[in-house]
Design a protein. Structure first.
Lengths: 314, 286
């Protein structure tokens, strides 16, 4: 029997479950030199804001053990230029497109959703309400059930009925299932778990924080256990809500771990910085692992770690 | 609108270490790279995966290409000068002949070569001298006069191999501690050389403070200045957005610009050199 590697999230279908992670694939053009983008389940674009954004000052990056801190600060051209320049080129590549949006206010999310609503051929909308690199931690919508709900409601009211909404959450909260319930109740069709964790590195030579804005988002294999935990908890709490899993996935084995926890698809982020072809390597390895472990349909592996103990596995 | 993307010749491949020799504070390494060598231009760089399987170092390391040549039998050689000061560069410097390392190359912009013979000054700081010798060869082949200034903190950190100096009409050394050449900085000796050699263009590679100082000198005198900048990178291929600098575009707008794509070689007069850890006023999207 041939292995079925396709997956689905809230009505959006993907030929395979490996996607890029927002902010880790440039415009797409850069990576297209290393593999055809159409080999991806989908490309998730950088989180785009209403207006052009310079991002933060350098240093923006510090390597950490099995990871890195970044404080890019959502550098980008703003939604209008992005839709005009980036999206048409991506469409020509024959890759499914998940647009990621980020706002500074609830009204921003409404504006962004209305802009995306007018664009044909978008597979899903990732609503990033959890970027840690904002001036005021109080602006991290996903840290608070009320603001998380408001942002997602604004998108829901303005996006129309066709494009699924995936809310991207932070693990930097006491109970991620509480936030997950709020945003699903507010109209999110799926969840992206997890964004980076807030961290800091101090340069022991200069004796100052290494990043210009002091804090940054921690990503890479160092945070993978946090991702697995968050996905597992949310999948247990909301088994019918599809999860786009991410957080330190660097191999097919890692992707499989997130799938077992409950991810319906997996985004590859920081691994791409170390290996431009990481998504393709991970895709092939994941398929091999699924087949080796006896799965005929990839979707049967989703959340498999939640099965009753003592079962015979398959 | 088209948007800039990576060097169209860039490929990802495993390269075998053919030679690895200690030279002063540095390692001179030669890699076997096939046809990639014929695409590399002075100023281009490589991004190398370090640490081996299971490593905790997740990011690539960027190195300027010292020299790229194709042997008569078609074998491509890529030479790098490594300063082993961090865990990643130390790992690379410890590779043995026959080991494989994963590279993405060639990356970034190259030094612009004038169509007419000009009088050029090449300035290198520390192992920033590495890409300048291949540049000197190209310029000399075009009939240019090439003067060179190399500066470092001390004599051991001057990288100036004998074979590299063949294309240079004059070589001036400066050291911060006076252990070789002139006691001082490259910016102390550059004005005199510009005047005596009627320099028309400066090419430079080294620390940002040095490039900033050279930009001031070249602007005052109306001399072109192409510099290879050094901003820390996570990926080298334009996707991580960490290696940005404020740079004025052709439309006069200053944007945070990726030095791995629009650099490392940039027009020094277009870079907004700033020491502060802030986005300068007037930058697009601030």
């Amino acid at each position: 029997m041939t292995f079925d590697f396709s997956t689905a999230m809230a009505g959006a279908r993907f030929s395979n479950p490996i996607l890029t992670a927002s902010g880790c694939a440039g415009s797409g053009k850069e990576l297209s030199q290393f593999f055809p983008l159409s080999e991806l389940g989908a490309i998730v674009t950088k989180s785009i804001m209403v207006k052009p954004r310079s991002g933060r000052a350098t240093p923006r990056m510090a390597e950490t053990p099995s990871g890195m801190l970044n404080s890019i600060g959502l550098q980008g051209p703003g939604i209008d230029q992005f839709l005009e320049n980036d999206i048409p080129w991506l469409k020509e590549q024959g890759v499914k497109i998940v647009i990621s949006i980020a706002g500074e206010s609830v009204e921003d999310y409404a504006v962004l959703a209305r802009k995306v609503r007018g664009v044909a051929g978008i597979t899903a909308l990732e609503v990033n309400i959890s970027c840690p690199n904002v001036e005021n931690r109080g602006q991290v919508f996903a840290c608070n059930p009320t603001t998380a709900r408001e942002a997602i409601s604004a998108v829901r009211r303005n996006i129309g009925g066709e494009v699924p909404i995936i809310a991207k959450l932070t693990p930097d909260v006491t109970d991620i299932t509480e936030i997950a319930r709020e945003v699903v109740d507010a109209g999110a069709d799926g969840l992206a778990l997890i964004n980076t964790l807030l961290g800091m590195v101090i340069d022991t030579n200069t004796m100052f924080p290494k990043l210009s804005q002091k804090t940054g988002g921690l990503s890479g294999p160092a945070i993978r256990p946090v991702a697995v935990r968050a996905i597992y908890q949310v999948h247990a709490a909301l088994p019918d809500t599809p999860i786009l899993g991410m957080g330190g996935v660097a191999s097919g084995r890692d992707a499989f771990e997130l799938v077992l926890a409950g991810a319906s698809a997996v985004s590859v982020g920081t691994a791409t910085f170390g290996n431009p072809a990481a998504a393709m390597v991970i895709k092939q390895e994941l398929e091999e692992i699924c087949i080796q472990r006896g799965f005929v349909n990839f979707r049967d592996a989703i959340g498999f770690a939640h099965r009753a103990e003592g079962g015979d596995g398959e | 609108m088209d948007f800039p993307t990576i060097n169209p010749k860039a490929q990802q491949f495993d390269a075998e270490v053919l030679s690895n020799k200690r030279v002063g504070s540095y390692n001179h390494m030669v890699f076997s790279v096939d046809e990639i060598a014929s695409y590399a231009r002075p100023g281009n760089f490589v991004a190398i995966s370090v640490g081996g399987p299971g490593t905790s170092m997740v990011l690539r390391r960027a190195f300027a290409i010292y020299r790229a040549t194709v042997k008569p039998d078609g074998q491509g050689l890529l030479e790098l000068v490594i300063a082993p000061f961090g865990n990643g560069s130390t790992w690379l410097a410890n590779r043995q002949v026959g080991d494989l390392v994963n590279m993405v190359a060639p990356l970034g912009t190259a030094f612009g070569i004038p169509t007419e013979p000009v009088r050029a000054l090449l300035v290198g700081g520390g192992y920033g001298s590495a890409p300048l010798f291949a540049l000197a060869e190209v310029l000399k082949a075009r009939g240019c006069r090439v003067d060179m200034v190399l500066g470092a903190s001390s004599a051991a950190k001057i990288y100036a191999p004998l074979e590299g100096k063949r294309s240079v009409s004059s070589l001036t050394i400066t050291t911060d501690d006076g252990s070789a050449g002139t006691h001082g900085r490259v910016s102390d000796v550059i004005p005199g050389i510009i005047a005596s050699s009627n320099i028309e263009i400066i090419y430079s590679c080294g620390p940002m403070a040095m490039l900033s100082a050279i930009t001031n000198i070249s602007k005052e005198r109306g001399i072109m200045h192409q510099c290879s900048v050094e901003e820390s990178m996570a990926c080298g291929i334009g996707v991580c957005m960490t290696c940005v600098l404020p740079v004025e575009g052709e439309d006069g707008v200053v944007r945070m610009t990726r030095t791995c794509i629009d650099g490392p070689v940039m027009d020094g007069s277009k870079v907004i050199w700033t020491k502060s850890r802030e986005i300068p006023d007037g930058v697009w999207g601030k």
